[in-house]
Design a protein around this ligand. Structure first.
Ligand SMILES: Nc1ncnc2c1ncn2[C@@H]1O[C@H](COP(=O)(O)OP(=O)(O)O)[C@@H](O)[C@H]1O
Ligand SMILES: [Mg+2]
Length: 330
């Protein structure tokens, strides 16, 4: 029997477009002999499926579609929503309630890893280096002199729960902190201010499928901008993504081991990308963040890693779907 797959894309954040493009790639890659695929767009006011010139609203009571009088239920949901409500655990919680298998990490792992501050705190307990930081809620009194006392410049000011570098600034001196803090608070009610870690930016993908872990080749990101900002992320002329990264074997092993370890400890599922900075001055690896729904467009990093391993996107997505079914039965 062919499985009905709902590919959920879009979402409520500035990452809507890129999520839709990721969803489109999944839709185009899924094997039509094994799966009936439905690309669903999730917007704040409506979740819908476009069928020709018709737009069919999702019935949220059981995540189904009514097409020509026939109810279509889903065997598996493929989550391609970067940012809220996919990557932050809300959609996973909804599918957990409905008992529908889905391809990404569960609600708790997704929520934890989406919260940069809490995730860093947990990761640090495993003796993994994270940048020194301070965290504020909107209602906290933010003293820039206190920040300057606690952290050395440059610092990164970021919305605590964000993505695609939106609302983020690299700040060189205390005088520029206020504007950066306001910019970050425009995106979120919490902000994180981290010391800048100077070094090489390296990222590693991990996939779990039917109880087995696959650690992907490492990618080095070389941004032509001040950091890997929004423009650099989506304009190929502004960043080079080198797979496999040209790094010493011991560093490669350290990154792969760290990523597999964190994947298990944080209880991640599906395909996840771990970002790091390797500081050459103190020869230490610093954890930056986890992406539990990494980009899946043809230009995105995970598909480049898969290509390097001779895994086609069709195979990769099929492994994620079959893993979701397998986990559901455990
Ligand atoms: N502490 C840091 N030190 C050095 N570079 C950083 C630091 N934090 C963020 N960056 C840079 O900013 C980019 C985006 O930061 P990140 O925390 O990954 O946010 P997002 O979730 O928006 O991708 C990183 O890819 C990196 O280039
Ligand atoms: Mg990032």
């Amino acid at each position: 029997m062919k499985k009905n797959i709902a590919i959920i894309s879009g979402g409520y954040s500035g990452e809507y477009e890129i999520s839709f493009r990721s969803g489109m790639v999944v839709y185009e890659s899924l094997d039509a002999e094994k799966y009936n695929s439905y690309l669903i767009q999730v917007k704040e006011d409506e979740w819908f499926y476009e069928n020709g010139d018709r737009s069919i609203e999702v019935d949220k009571t059981d995540c189904s579609l009514l097409i020509d009088g026939k109810k279509v239920r889903f065997d598996v949901v493929f989550c391609a929503i970067h940012g809220t409500p996919g990557e932050d655990g809300k959609m996973p919680a909804y599918f957990e309630m409905l008992k529908i298998p889905f391809t990404s990490s569960g609600s708790i792992a997704s929520a934890l890893t989406f919260d940069k501050n809490l995730c860093n705190r947990v990761v640090a307990t495993y003796d993994v280096n994270v940048a020194s930081s301070v965290h504020y809620f909107r209602h906290d009194k933010v003293s820039t002199s206190e920040i300057a006392e606690k952290l050395s410049f440059p610092v990164f000011v970021k919305p605590n729960c964000g993505g695609s570098s939106v609302g983020m600034s690299k700040v060189m001196q205390v005088e520029d902190l206020r504007a950066a803090i306001e910019k970050a608070f425009a995106e979120d009610d919490e902000i994180l201010i981290e010391e800048f870690v100077k070094g090489r930016e390296l990222t590693c993908g991990v996939l779990s499928s039917k109880g087995k872990l696959y650690v992907f080749p490492i990618c080095e990101i070389v941004s032509k901008k001040e950091f890997f900002d929004f423009e650099a992320k989506y304009d190929p002329a502004l960043a080079e993504e080198i797979v496999p990264a040209d790094i010493p074997v011991n560093l490669e092993t350290e990154i792969k081991n760290s990523s597999a370890f964190l994947f298990n400890k944080l209880n991640c599922k599906g395909v996840v990308r771990f970002d790091y900075i390797y500081s050459e001055s103190d020869r230490e690896l610093y954890f930056l963040e986890v992406n539990t729904v990494p980009g899946l467009t043809r230009e995105s990093i995970v598909p480049k890693m898969a290509r390097e391993m001779d895994i086609s996107l069709s195979q990769l997505f099929s492994m994620m779907i079959e893993d979701a079914v397998w986990r559901h039965k455990q």
